[in-house]
Design a protein around this ligand. Sequence first.
Ligand SMILES: Nc1nc2c(ncn2[C@@H]2O[C@H](COP(=O)(O)OP(=O)(O)OP(=O)(O)O)[C@@H](O)[C@H]2O)c(=O)[nH]1
Length: 354
Amino acid sequence: MTRDEFGPSSGHYTQAVERLLHAVQELSLARDLDQVQKIVRRTARELTGCDGSTFVLRDGDKCFYADEDAIEPLWKGNRFPMPTCISGWAMLNRKTAIIPDIYADERIPHEAYRPTFVKSLVMVPIRRLSPIGAIGNYWAHRHQATAEEVRLLQALADSTSIALENIQVYGEMEQRVRDRTAALERANQEIRKLSMTDELTGLLNRRGFYALAEQALAHARRNGEQALLAFVDVDGLKRVNDALGHDTGDAMIADVARVLRSTLRESDIVARVGGDEFCVVAINPETDGQVLRERLLERLEQANAAADKTYRLAASIGFVESRAAETATLDQLILGADEHMYAHKKARAQARLY
Ligand SMILES: Nc1nc2c(ncn2[C@@H]2O[C@H](COP(=O)(O)OP(=O)(O)OP(=O)(O)O)[C@@H](O)[C@H]2O)c(=O)[nH]1
């Protein structure tokens, strides 16, 4: 195409400006780098009718040939040091490189061009004041780019720069929304955890127990697994409170909780469901209720022997074992274990009398 054919009053130029306006519109709607690259590589070629275009991004001190649209492959995916390639020159000098004969120009690394079809090129920087990339146009024959072609490419580069900034802003906004959502989710999790946790012992509280135990029992029933529910009531807390103070009573509760947690399996659900009352749900328990009770009492005794405390840990323990076929509700199971515990407490009190 000659200069006359591509002058401001020519039909080609009008078409190219229309094409550019379309691209500007598309770029204003682009939301990610892929979309921008696609628009730029296609438009850059169509604006001048050249044989190839590249979309280059600055990557530190390298030029990254991010994308291309050409009659034969160029350098897509490659990175070159800024001073060794023409896109680097355009960015470092903040100027457009117009090169009608690449083999007559010292800025061109001739060896890199020899395997390619390129004979002439134009390279415009994206964001002239502080370039972040460049757009290349290549011709397979000798071509002296016209002022109009360069102007069109520069206008495309300016719109590309705004599109890239938009993407960055959108990206940051999206990231901020993601961060906030994650923080909210963490806060919600914390609230859920706090609302299900007993502050004194760190075990589940009554609400947490119901939530997890209901789930575990339903699951056990579906799978035909056996379940055991134990009710543990600390002995003599009132006496300790009255004689040694509420703080000591608290310490006693926390000690019992520690013994329960360390004696039971990690998968067992352990909760403080009242002042001095604990509930345990064990699915597929390793032992029957009687053995479990003996083990817990033994561990409480061991804790007493190991520590020089002003109080003794003791508890009454009742339990119920629920088979898969049973349809007792959690409340019914708790009631059964509580009654069993009460019988145990009575028996222990009587044993102390004799
Ligand atoms: N320190 C302390 N005491 C509590 C807490 N919650 C409840 N209590 C007290 O625990 C005592 C429980 O009394 P009881 O049900 O008679 O139990 P007990 O003193 O262990 O008596 P037995 O179960 O018959 O051995 C009451 O005095 C409650 O005020 C708590 O969080 N901390």
